[in-house]
Design a protein around this ligand. Structure first.
Ligand code: TXA
Ligand code: MG
Length: 319
């Protein structure tokens, strides 16, 4: 689990050569490539089987590196000061003359940018000396990886190196906040809670429910398990395995957090779903998770995994 500076420099060299490198962030593992190279970014889409209309988040070492790539604003400044480095992705207008591959924007006039809060991610970005495009390191439509083993098992052949930083501390992806429109809008709930964002921005309106999807990657079927999921289940019925939450659950059940701690539940979410799915559970019954704080991100991922979120528009079933 110890990653030496030499290993980071080697991985950074692979990035500069246009190869794919998986690396840990505080949220989930990312599948990284040189964000300034069309050829390298295209490899990400190919390796994941990701539809080309779904844009990628670009990771930067520091705020200076962002200059020249996106249109900055007062709101961006306030949010960056409070939450970066950290699990917040800001969708900003792309600047004319940006060096970033157009493929990261997938046809939009914006780019999703963030500064990850993980020492290995930061060292890799510094050593590569260029922005790194990185979606979660899983095949499109499946559960995000929170451990290096998850990446090796599903994308091992496509990546030239996997930096192993152990389990990700947060366990759910970054919050995606759109700052390119009239008012800030959460496109994907994640590691920075809506409550924390409202502390800085004031009250956020509800995201638009109709019209074309602003975040093309947040459509229906996503984070899929093989076993069907039943959400808000008080207990397991015949043929189901229980994924518990909180005190008072059966002792023998896998529990996202015995104390009812949402941060612990978020950190356990994807790896426990994997364990139950790989154990061949016929169906997974999941106890209710409160819809507040990190619970919003957890419930969002669970509803998508259960296929409960309506698709915004016709998409490939594989996404
Ligand atoms: O925590 C994370 O965000 C992880 C780590 C590796 O940083 N990355 C991640 O990337 O979750 P991905 O590709 O699995 O999810 C990115 C989400 C997608 O829903 C995508 O549609 C949205 O962000 N997104 C990216 N750029 C966007 C843009 N310019 N406009 C709207 N949505 C964007
Ligand atoms: Mg993803």
């Amino acid at each position: 689990m110890i990653v030496s500076p030499e290993m980071i420099d080697r991985a950074a060299g692979l990035i500069r050569q246009g190869e794919l490198v998986a690396f840990p962030t505080e949220t989930v593992y990312g599948l990284g490539a040189d964000a300034t190279s069309d050829r390298a970014v295209a490899r990400i889409f190919a390796a994941k089987g990701r539809p080309r209309f779904n844009p990628l988040i670009v990771h930067f070492a520091d705020r200076d590196a962002l200059r020249g790539e996106v249109e900055w604003s007062g709101a961006a400044e306030d949010l960056a000061a409070r939450f970066w480095p950290g699990p917040l992705t800001l969708v900003l207008r792309r600047r004319a003359g940006s060096r970033l591959s157009l493929l990261v924007s997938a046809g939009l006039d914006t780019v999703g940018v963030r500064l990850p809060d993980h020492p290995l991610a930061q060292s890799l970005l510094q050593s590569a000396a260029r922005p790194i495009a990185a979606p979660s390191a899983n095949p499109s439509g499946l559960i995000s990886p929170t451990r290096a083993e998850h990446v090796r098992a599903s994308l091992g052949d496509a990546v030239s190196a996997v930096l192993d930083g152990g389990p990700c501390a947060l366990g759910v992806e970054s919050t995606v906040l759109d700052l390119s429109g009239e008012a800030p809008a959460i496109l994907r709930p994640g590691g920075v809670t809506a409550e924390a964002l409202e502390d800085v921005l004031g009250r956020l309106g509800a995201p638009p429910l109709d019209g074309p999807a602003k975040s093309p990657g947040t459509m229906g079927r996503h984070y899929a398990t093989r076993a069907p999921l039943r959400l808000g289940a008080p207990d397991a019925e015949a043929g189901e395995t229980l994924l518990a939450f909180g005190p008072g659950a059966p002792e023998d059940a896998l529990n996202l957090s015995k104390t009812g701690d949402l941060a612990e539940a978020a950190a356990n979410l994807f790896s426990m779903l994997r364990v139950l799915d790989e154990a061949g559970s016929g169906a997974i019954a999941i106890m209710p998770i409160p819809e507040r704080g990190l619970g919003r991100a957890i419930n969002d991922r669970l509803r998508r995994a259960a296929g409960e979120v309506e698709k915004h528009h016709e998409v490939d079933e594989n996404e």
